[in-house]
Design a protein around this ligand. Structure first.
Ligand code: PLP
Length: 406
């Protein structure tokens, strides 16, 4: 049973006021709030169980290593990876995708090789590929969304040529809320021997993920959007792909042996985790994923689908609000513009006065904004603790914006 009152009580910050109003937090797409179990895990990690991992033989080092390494199994379960050796920890999706670019793609791709992207990617899934274009002459091929914001998987597959080396696509647009049929893309790509990287930064927040069922090669997640600490994250890398990857950063922990003349590397994920990691952040991410799995990813998805449907219905009643993207089954992410002169920043500032947190800007998706023909939107993105009442609060806030700005 998804008891929203009880769930909201798990997140202490939701009880606070902002600008003298109850907080209506609708900026989950940027970063989500943290439940008490995550805050407790962080506090315990530093107050009672802290030492560096992997290197010590003393009690606390062993304990923190145990807590840290246990998260690999939690991420494996969360993504249903075949093995915890396919989970590499990092600071978030940005680092995960950059690692694939540096460690897997850069050594393998040459001038003229192609990477297929959708136009709705976040910059984190664009700029690392631009590096390869600038430095190595790799060609980026773009697939545009349809008018309703959906992405036709067949169009992605039709863009494949004998030069395609990778498809990199989001599972859920952080601007449109579009959920992409990555399974169809993966199975079509696999038939042609082309690896697929899925940016799961938003997708994993809103729906159950099974990387084996999807058939992807890389799946990147980010802890702070999954109700965990900032600076935490992980990437699933299928073992065949991991075997093809060169080390990314060099340093402690990722070696087997280092001599003056030679270096040999650790095997498995450790090879890609140089230096002291975000120990407590990762432990906090583990607590967050356990929390989400405890609620049930299907239940979270159903709750958010209800919010998405209700919000869409309410927006439909406002003929001066334009919602970008209406793909069937979209996540509860609504990017808005308003008729008249209202700028997204003005909308966000007025809503803030009412305690409503939304994000305004290009949302790190400039190619998509250009495609949509808008400079900026105000984005309300819902999470597992949001309610229909908060949709109503947002609508009231937008009515005020309309009165003041139109
Ligand atoms: N991909 C998508 C779709 C996102 O929405 C974001 C963050 O907004 C990212 C990647 C980057 O995530 P992070 O900043 O946690 O690395």
């Amino acid at each position: 049973m998804f008891d929203i009152t009880k769930i909201r009580a798990d997140f202490p910050i939701l009880a606070r006021e902002v600008n003298g109003q109850p907080l209506t937090y609708l900026d989950n797409g940027a970063s989500a709030q943290k439940p008490q179990v995550v805050i407790d895990a962080i506090t315990r990690g530093y107050a009672e169980e802290y030492a560096n991992v992997h290197r010590g033989l003393h009690y606390l080092s062993n304990l923190s290593t145990e807590r840290y390494e246990a998260v690999r199994g939690i991420v494996q379960r969360f993504l249903n990876a075949g093995s915890e050796d396919e989970i590499i920890f990092n600071s978030g999706t940005t680092e995960g995708i950059n690692m694939v670019s540096y460690a897997w793609a850069a050594p393998r791709l040459k001038a003229g090789d192609e990477i297929i992207l959708s136009t709705m990617e976040h910059h984190a899934n664009i700029v690392p590929w631009h590096f390869l274009r600038e430095r190595q002459g790799v060609v980026l091929k773009w697939v545009d969304p349809e008018l309703d914001g959906s992405l036709d998987p067949q169009k992605v597959l039709d863009a494949i040529t004998d030069k395609t080396r990778l498809i990199a696509v989001t599972q859920c647009s952080n601007v449109l809320g579009t959920v992409v049929d990555v399974k169809t893309i993966c199975s079509g790509a696999k038939a042609r021997g082309i690896p697929v990287l899925v940016d799961g930064s938003q997708g994993a927040v809103h729906m159950p993920v099974d990387v084996q069922d999807l058939g992807c090669d890389f799946y990147a997640i980010t802890g702070h959007k999954l109700y965990g600490p900032s600076g935490s994250g992980a990437i699933y890398v299928a073992k065949e792909r991991m075997a093809e990857m060169q080390p990314f950063m060099g340093g402690g922990d990722m070696i087997d042996d280092v001599r003056k003349e030679v270096v040999t590397y650790a095997s498995g994920p450790l090879k890609f985790e140089a230096g002291t990691p975000g120990i407590v952040q990762t432990i906090g991410m583990g607590a967050a994923l356990e929390y989400m799995m405890g609620l049930g990813m299907e239940n979270i998805a159903a709750h958010e689908a209800d919010l998405a449907a209700y919000a869409a219905e309410r927006f439909a009643g406002l003929n001066w609000v334009n919602v970008q993207g209406s793909a069937p089954g979209k996540a509860a992410i609504f990017s808005l513009t308003m008729d008249g002169a209202a700028h997204a920043h003005d909308i966000s500032t007025i809503l803030d006065k009412k305690g409503i947190a939304v994000r305004a800007g290009h949302h790190c998706a400039k190619p998509l904004m250009e495609h949509l023909g808008v400079a900026a939107t105000a984005r309300a993105s819902f999470g597992l603790y949001n309610t229909r009442d908060e949709v109503d609060t947002l609508i009231k806030g937008l009515e005020l914006c309309h009165k003041l700005l139109a």
